[in-house]
Design a protein around this ligand. Structure first.
Ligand code: AMP
Length: 210
C-alpha cells in the first residue's frame, strides 16, 4: 500500500484542520493536543500525520519528507520555496496579512523601521511601494515593537484586529488575504498520484460541503 505522510500546522490551523480530516475519514489515533508525540498513526494504516510549526511544513514537503502539507498562506508566501504544488485552498484559519502602525501615526519621508517575522514578504511589499525600510526580524509579539519604539510599523496577520487595538495600533495596508492551503510534493504527486488525488478530491468535497 502506498504510504502517505501529511504534515499539519499546529495551533489554530490544526484545530480547524482536524474536523476536515475527520470528514474524510482520517483521524489521529492519539490526542494530538495532549500527546507529546510529533508523529501520529491514523485510522488509515497507510497515512501518518506530522505536527509541525507552520514555517516548517513547506520545508518537509519541499524535501519530500512529507507528501502533503497543510499550512497558512502567510507561511507559504514567506517560505518562497519550490518543489511543491498548492492545489487546494481549504478556506480555514482565514485572516489578512497587513501593515499596522500606532493609531494616527504619520509616516516620515525617511527610512521606515519595520518589525516582522515575515521579512521576505515585507521587503518585497515595501519595495513595490517604493519605500526604503530597515527590517527588524522578530519571532513573536510584533505588536510590542512600535509601543517600545523599536519600529515604526509592523507586518503581521490580523483577524479581528483586537490584538492591534489592545496595543494602540491600527491596521493600515492590506498585503494578502490568508487561508490554509494544501501543498503537495511535486515528485510525490507523480509517483503517488492515485492516492494523493483521492485525498485531494475528498478534501475539496469536504470544503465545499461546509
Ligand atoms: P486578532 O486579534 O483577532 O486580529 O488576532 C491577532 C493575532 O492572532 C495575530 O497576531 C496572530 O498571531 C493570531 N492569528 C490571527 N489569525 C490567525 C490565523 N488564521 N492563523 C494563525 N494565527 C492567527
Amino acid at each position: 500500500m502506498t504510504q502517505i505522510t501529511i504534515a499539519l500546522t499546529k495551533g489554530r490551523i490544526l484545530k480547524e484542520t482536524l474536523p476536515l480530516l475527520k470528514q474524510i475519514g482520517l483521524e489521529p489515533l492519539d490526542d494530538v493536543f495532549t500527546s507529546r508525540k510529533l508523529l501520529f498513526p491514523t485510522t488509515k494504516d497507510n497515512i501518518r500525520l506530522l505536527i509541525l510549526r507552520g514555517s516548517d511544513v513547506p520545508t518537509y514537503v519541499q524535501f519530500g519528507k512529507a507528501d502533503i502539507g497543510i499550512a497558512g498562506k502567510d507561511g507559504l508566501l514567506e517560505h518562497q520555496g519550490d518543489g511543491y504544488y498548492e492545489p487546494v485552498d481549504l478556506g480555514i484559519a482565514k485572516c489578512r496579512l497587513m501593515t499596522a502602525a500606532p493609531v494616527g501615526y504619520q509616516r516620515d519621508v525617511g527610512r521606515l523601521r519595520v518589525a516582522t517575522k515575515y521579512t521576505k514578504v515585507a521587503r518585497e511589499y515595501y519595495a513595490q511601494q517604493g519605500r526604503q525600510i530597515d527590517l527588524i526580524k522578530l519571532y513573536g509579539a510584533m505588536e510590542l515593537a512600535p509601543v517600545m519604539d523599536l519600529a515604526d510599523e509592523i507586518v503581521d496577520i490580523v483577524d479581528t484586529g483586537n490584538t492591534l487595538k489592545a496595543n494602540g495600533l491600527e491596521a493600515r495596508e492590506m498585503i494578502a488575504n490568508i487561508s490554509s492551503r494544501v501543498i503537495v510534493n511535486k515528485a510525490a504527486m507523480k509517483t503517488k498520484f492515485p492516492v494523493i488525488k483521492q485525498i485531494l478530491t475528498a478534501l475539496e468535497e469536504a470544503v465545499s460541503a461546509k
